[in-house]
Design a protein around this ligand. Structure first.
Ligand code: SF4
Ligand code: SF4
Length: 442
């Protein structure tokens, strides 16, 4: 694609990067077929190619984005299916990330929308506040039925979004898990030492996921540390275009993880929420122009691994499973498109005695996508219904996924139990049977 940036514009490293990405696009349109919003809405401007044109124009003109541009960028899930499909290697992720920052900086959203985004950015990355808000939302849940049902609209209103938020609130909250600063020694001879990302929403909604990871790792000779003063990885605010907050969190985490690696040694930083993993693996790019942090950010990105990537490299205990449970494996977008991890989780599950079924249309997002199911509840709801129908077609006993956002989204529309892949692997290799009706997941 031909671009028309001036030399002055190209002196900005972000614009130079955007120029490189835009020039790689040959506008073949292959990406449209796998884009969930294009599949649902059939509008070229809701396809990757259409959005690429909109972003190109916004950046070239260097003017505040129009409401039309904002509408179509806001509808993008950042699922990155387009990157998997693109034959030219267009890095849509870095382009849309830049567009979201521009929109946040230069576009004045309506007051109610600004307030909602500010609340999400304040609450979601802080487990204490998130827990309190979940308790309040649970109390407010009965009121959701009393609220009028607004009509589906191109841009959903505040009422529709509040209803979506209340619907996502769990019926019960589990007790908090272990806190930062805890170390879990290896059982027997120590073969490795890792940090485990504590996560934000996950540690409130389902601390059992990291507990299963700790059980499994320590049982297999790996010491696990929950690093003190670790923060939210920044993914939530990054996807809202609030890069000042996201980068501050990235720097804070890099500081404490590098310190831990220097003091105790770390073979890896393991992540059980793939949405977080995709962003941490991108710290090196996000901070490439930061003289103080660029090198350590790249080191941290190299250490970051999804839990299944790490487990693929160690010998697990013999499985207790007898092959009589069928698991539908939901491939989270952030794992399959963001991190290109597709085979390992399924191989681990089948090697450990589960009958694993692929879900039809597995490349399509379930509609969770961070805060998308709150900000775009109508599209998110349609994607969830489609995902659940596809899952039901393989008649599973349970659904396994590697991302808490997907787990909550899918569990909200089905009675089939939803568990994290690590819970099944822990169970198969000597851990407890997962509670199949966890908070928010039943
Ligand atoms: S598939 Fe790639 S090259 Fe083709 S239009 Fe989409 S982004 Fe551009
Ligand atoms: S990230 Fe997903 S929703 Fe956005 S343009 Fe690409 S395929 Fe479509």
């Amino acid at each position: 694609m031909k671009t028309e940036f001036s030399l002055a514009q190209l002196a900005d490293p972000d614009i130079a990067e955007a120029d490189k990405i835009l020039r790689a696009c040959v506008h073949c349109g292959f990406c449209t077929a796998t884009c969930p919003t294009y599949v649902l809405l059939g509008d070229e401007l809701d396809s990757p190619r259409g959005r690429i044109y909109l972003i190109k124009e916004m950046l070239e003109k260097d003017k505040p984005p129009t409401p039309e541009v904002v509408k179509h960028i806001d509808r993008c899930l950042s699922c990155l299916a387009c990157m998997t499909t693109c034959p030219s290697g267009v890095n849509y992720m870095h382009l849309v990330d830049q567009a979201r920052v521009r929109i946040e900086r230069d576009f004045s959203r309506p007051l109610a929308e600004r307030a909602l985004r500010a609340i999400l950015a304040l609450v979601l990355p802080r487990p204490g506040l998130f827990r309190a808000s979940m308790i309040m939302a649970r109390l407010g849940r009965p009121l959701a039925g009393l609220l009028p049902t607004p009509k589906a609209a191109a841009t959903p209103g505040l009422l529709r979004r509040i209803k979506a938020m209340l619907a996502l609130a769990p019926k019960r909250l589990p007790a908090p898990g272990p806190s930062g600063g805890s170390t879990f020694p290896a059982v027997g001879e120590r073969r490795g030492r890792v940090a485990l990302l504590q996560g934000c929403a996950q540690q409130v909604l389902a601390p059992r996921i990291n507990q299963a990871a700790i059980n499994l790792l320590t049982r297999h000779g790996v010491e696990v540390v929950l690093v003190k003063d670790e923060q939210c990885c920044g993914a939530l605010t990054h996807h809202l275009g609030q890069d000042g907050d996201a980068l501050a969190r990235a720097r804070a985490n890099i500081t404490v993880w590098i310190k831990e690696a220097e003091q105790g040694g770390l073979d890896a930083i393991l992540i059980t929420a793939s949405g977080c993993g995709t962003v941490i693996k991108d710290y090196g790019f996000m901070l490439r122009e930061d003289r103080e942090y660029a090198k350590s950010a790249a080191q941290i990105s190299a250490l970051a691994k999804d839990i299944t990537e790490y487990l693929g490299g160690i010998a697990l205990n013999p499985s207790s499973q007898k092959g009589d449970l069928t698991v539908a494996y939901h491939s989270a977008c952030s794992l399959q498109h963001g991190q290109k991890i597709t085979g390992i989780p399924k191989e681990l599950l089948s090697k450990n005695g589960f009958v694993v079924k692929d879900v039809p249309e597995s490349h399509l997002c379930c509609g969770s996508a961070g805060t998308y199911n709150i900000l775009q509840p109508d599209i998110a709801g349609r994607l969830r219904d489609r995902k659940i129908a596809n899952i039901a077609a393989v008649k599973p006993d349970m659904i396994a996924a590697g991302n808490i956002g997907c787990m909550v989204q899918i569990a909200g529309g089905t009675s089939i139990p939803v568990v994290h892949t690590i819970e099944l692997l822990d169970w198969a290799t000597g851990g407890p049977k997962p509670g199949l009706t966890g908070p928010g997941l039943n």
